[in-house]
Design a protein around this ligand. Structure first.
Ligand SMILES: Cc1ncc(COP(=O)(O)O)c(C=O)c1O
Length: 377
């Protein structure tokens, strides 16, 4: 079925996810273009302050992508060659690439089979004498509290860097993810809870870490762009990437942010609707619990036997099913870091993510789950 012939309702669920615009973005981009400053600039810095206000944190650092946020945070925390970094294999390969880009060793951890997140038991099992950082991934938007392990990691001088690419807006306890004292990284890619088109941000733990991250995102140049205008030279110090957030992308994020309360309500309601409909299906399907009272969900993941057959049937029926994620410890590029991870392998062979985006209605969910029911026969 080719896309142009789809009805609007069908179009809502033939993709696993799609960008959502609230209507203010075009004018915001026009303003950014008219400013004549397309790179890092005042709109980017205002977006950083807007994010900080939203999260109730002192400052944030906007960057070009979620991958860059992870890479820059690890570098700003001093992670490099010889260090081990613990990361779940069950994540997008971007998380692993960020560690690799720092020259650190990748130490894959298994997941909790009910949450598909790496919890304290799995992290503890993966720690080594050389571990300098752990990267919990907030799969589907689920917060990852680590209990007593958090103090133990602090005593051992091991930094927690949260991959919250899926979890913008989620809560851990009373605070939003990002405001819990951990270094936190967000993605604002096209289909995330908040989008800049492409972009990301990190929440540093200290002002020094923020300064360091700002230098790294602009090639390691010590002076800010504003200060460089009145000098005939600049100093290049420490590590550096080309990873600032453009004014154009920041303008999209700024236009989206005031609408976030609606996004939060819609995404939680959609998840509840799926939960209700899936509850009526055979027990062979298990909805992955995202801790909906705290999460602003970005995925609706289920576990099923005969996954490949069911996935194929869904796609053939025009349902935009996805697989998040093929595990990284089985990828050729990361073969050097392979270790057996039974819960990850079990989940990765069964997971399907269902279409999940703002435009979906109760009727769309009904269609998806009806096709799923047929596929199970
Ligand atoms: C879990 C996870 N981590 C990191 C990233 C990387 O974010 P970006 O695509 O903005 O670089 C993604 C992107 O989808 C992701 O899903």
């Amino acid at each position: 079925m080719s896309e142009p012939t789809l009805t609007p309702a069908m179009a809502a669920y033939t993709r696993n996810a799609r960008p959502h615009l609230h209507g203010d973005e075009l004018a915001a981009v026009e303003e950014a273009l008219a400013s004549g400053q397309f790179g890092h600039g005042p709109i980017t810095e205002q977006f950083e302050r807007d994010l900080a206000d939203f999260l109730h944190v002192p400052e944030t650092v906007a960057v070009a992508s979620g991958t860059a946020a992870l890479h820059i945070t690890l570098l700003a925390c001093g992670i490099g060659p010889g260090d081990d970094v613990v990361v779940p294999s069950f994540t997008f390969c971007a998380t692993v690439r960020a560690i690799e880009a720092c020259g650190a060793n990748i130490r894959f951890a298994d997941i909790d089979p009910t949450t598909l997140c790496t919890g304290s038991a799995q992290i503890r099992e993966a720690l080594t004498d050389k571990t300098r950082a752990v990267l919990p991934v907030l799969y589907g938007g689920r917060p990852v509290p680590l209990g007593d392990l958090e103090d133990e990691l602090a005593e051992r001088n091991i930094t927690i860097v949260e991959d919250a690419a899926h979890a913008f807006g989620s809560y851990q306890g009373p605070a939003r993810v990002g405001a819990t004292g951990r270094a936190t990284c967000f993605s604002f890619g096209p289909i995330k809870n908040l989008t800049c088109g492409q972009g990301g941000a990190l929440v540093p733990r200290t002002h020094e870490e923020a300064d360091q991250a700002r230098r790294i995102r602009l090639l390691g140049i010590a002076e800010s762009a504003a200060r460089r205008q009145n000098t005939t030279t600049y100093r290049v110090t420490g590590p550096g990437l080309r990873a600032h957030l453009s004014q154009i992308n920041a303008a999209i994020g700024r236009a989206q942010l005031p609408h976030f309360p609606t996004v939060q309500t819609q995404r939680r309601a959609l998840w509840h609707t799926y939960a209700r409909h899936l509850n009526e299906l055979p027990e062979a399907i298990r909805l992955v619990d995202v801790d909906i009272d705290h999460a602003v969900p970005s995925l609706c993941a289920i576990l099923v036997d005969n996954r490949d057959r069911i996935f194929k049937t869904l796609r053939e029926q025009g349902i935009g099913a996805g697989v998040h994620y093929p595990p990284n410890h089985l990828q050729e590029a990361f073969a050097a870091w392979h270790r057996p991870l039974p819960a990850t392998e079990h989940a990765a062979a069964r997971v399907i993510t269902l279409p999940f985006h703002h435009a979906m209605t109760e009727r769309d969910v009904h269609v998806v789950t009806t096709v799923l029911k047929e596929a199970l026969r």
